[in-house]
Design a binder for this molecule. Structure first.
Ligand SMILES: Nc1ncnc2c1ncn2[C@@H]1O[C@H](COP(=O)(O)OP(=O)(O)OP(=O)(O)O)[C@@H](O)[C@H]1O
Length: 316
């Protein structure tokens, strides 16, 4: 169980994470979603003791990460797949991790097999790894100590579609065996497929959280209708008169209203329809809806991005 309790992290006067609270439960994959700069990495860095919180706290299994002896045996962490010595081979990186945690060498071979890195690839130096290979190695490193909690920052970054499917199955299997997974992403459709629970963050604050179903159910106005017919001009006119705001979409129209309202307008005016279906905004639409006023980068009148005032000196 990961518990984030009223966590705030400020850099100077700028709040990168602003009073954030949530829990990640055993047996579930929690997706931590937000646009660039929303505060995901900062939250995860505080979780694993790399950044000191300004206020609030994070515990993993009721203990702060820094109090956990031999933490790699309890918490698997992947924050930056490139943050390893570029001159070491994949096998060397895993071997050092195994030695540090007091694990047998055989664990290295097991992990290489699990993430499908071949013997030849394992002998290559990290600087010659592709991004996807680095991610696989990072996941192997996170799983090395057979932890019960996984904290992964953008683990799908750089994976090809087959790699994403592989990771999805891996993490789902891990959660099904009782593991706790927190993974961040700004690519919502990836997380949508993996996560049981979602936490949406924008500008350092949580804007929504819950299961995918409950989030979509709570999204006002997410559903609209797609309609096409033999006389699109007449259809557009009658739908507009009925206040249904038709907009061209593909071969037909997208309408703000239920299919039954659209069908009724068509029937009253003897219009032939060739298609009529509800259009659901996915999680992505919901995400944009919820974060549209929390986008971190605003444009100055001259078109240059205005970035918040931050301080970078001193310990993070
Ligand atoms: N050491 C630091 N000093 C000053 N500002 C920082 C520092 N670390 C992070 N920030 C700022 O905090 C905000 C949150 O950054 P963070 O890396 O947590 O975002 P993120 O949600 O992980 O974004 P991304 O999806 O781009 O990785 C950003 O505006 C960032 O510039």
């Amino acid at each position: 169980m990961i518990t984030v309790d009223h966590l705030t992290k400020s850099y100077g006067g700028f709040r990168a994470v602003d009073d954030v609270s949530f829990e990640c439960k055993p047996g579930t994959v929690t997706g931590f979603l937000g646009p660039n700069g929303a505060g995901k990495t900062t939250t995860m860095r505080v979780m694993v003791g790399l950044t000191v919180a300004t206020s609030g706290r994070v515990t993993i299994g009721r203990h702060p990460y820094s109090d956990i002896p031999n933490p790699g045996r309890h918490v698997g962490v992947l924050l930056d797949a490139s943050a390893q010595h570029a001159g070491r081979t994949g096998r060397e990186i895993l071997t050092i991790g195994a030695e540090t945690m007091g694990l047998p060498r055989s664990r290295v071979d097991e992990m290489l097999a699990l993430v499908s890195l071949s013997e030849t690839e394992a002998k290559r130096r990290l600087r010659n790894y592709s991004l996807g290979m680095k991610q696989r190695l990072g996941i192997a490193h996170a799983l090395l100590g057979d932890p019960s909690v996984l904290i992964l920052d953008e683990p799908a970054n750089g994976l090809d579609p087959a790699g994403i499917r592989w990771m999805r199955d891996l993490l789902k299997g891990y959660a099904d065996r009782g593991g706790t997974v927190l993974l961040s992403s700004h690519l919502l459709n990836e997380v949508e497929l993996i996560a049981d629970e979602m936490i949406l963050i924008g500008r350092g604050r949580i804007v929504a959280q819950g299961t995918k179903k409950s989030l979509l159910a709570g999204a006002a106005g997410a559903a609209s209708t797609y309609v096409a017919g033999t006389d699109l001009d007449a259809l557009t006119r009658h739908l507009a008169e009925a206040g249904l705001e038709p907009q061209p979409m593909g071969e037909g129209l997208q309408v703000q209203g239920e299919p039954v309202s659209v069908g009724t307008v068509a029937a009253r005016n003897a219009l032939v329809l060739t298609e009529l279906r509800e259009v659901h905004g996915g999680l992505e639409d919901l995400f944009f809806q919820l974060t549209e006023d929390t986008q971190r980068d605003e444009l100055a009148p001259d078109g240059h991005a205005v970035t918040p005032t931050t301080t970078t000196g001193g310990p993070a």
